[in-house]
Design a protein around this ligand. Sequence first.
Ligand SMILES: NC(=O)c1ccc[n+]([C@@H]2O[C@H](COP(=O)([O-])OP(=O)(O)OC[C@H]3O[C@@H](n4cnc5c(N)ncnc54)[C@H](OP(=O)(O)O)[C@@H]3O)[C@@H](O)[C@H]2O)c1
Length: 193
Amino acid sequence: MERWSGRVALVTGASAGIGAAIVRELVKNGLIVVGLARRAELVEELSAQLKGAPGKLHAFKGDASKEEDILAAFDWIKKNLGRIDVLVNNAAILHMLSLMDENTSQWKQMFDLNVLGLSICTREALKLMKEKGVDDGHIIHINGVLGHTLGNLPGLIPYVTTKYAVTVLTEGLRRELVQLGSKIRGHGEELTY
Ligand SMILES: NC(=O)c1ccc[n+]([C@@H]2O[C@H](COP(=O)([O-])OP(=O)(O)OC[C@H]3O[C@@H](n4cnc5c(N)ncnc54)[C@H](OP(=O)(O)O)[C@@H]3O)[C@@H](O)[C@H]2O)c1
């Protein structure tokens, strides 16, 4: 991890759960981390807890399902930190829905965050990496077993559909980077559900 000290990471969904845990590890290993979440005050608290660690955590308030918020985050990163080296696409939501439920807005929320938000963050990270000559960056999509198998719990099909999309986006990203001859790496991290 030493060569990553001082380098810049963006973690989406940094206010709780796995995103907050990832942030802790990155800051402990010396990275300068931007934690994006709607509840930025929780990221501020985490930042205070991490005072004295080798790295630093900046809180950025935003909704990772909204393109304008994502663009604002990247704009802030470019102006204040000058580059990006690592993107962790962690933010996602799960609504339990039957295919019979008339709840289109929850379908949209899941697709807007889990699929489109992740894709826009990826695009913007790659753009900034290219602009700043970062050729050893990492883009990590947090996925799960449900990105590869349907399981048999009721109400999960819409969420599972978004996670299958993440599997395709991970492999698609890897292929595009190989085609470009880029050393930037695209990864999928598989958690258990
Ligand atoms: N937990 C598991 O067992 C498990 C298993 C497999 C896969 N996963 C995957 O792991 C990732 C994290 O899961 P988790 O369990 O840690 O989730 P979580 O505890 O529910 O936390 C979700 C995080 O995402 C953020 N978030 C939600 N909507 C957002 C939005 N519109 N814009 C920005 N941030 C948003 C939340 O922050 P705010 O509410 O402050 O915005 C929060 O920080 C997800 O991709 C999930 O699919 C988790």
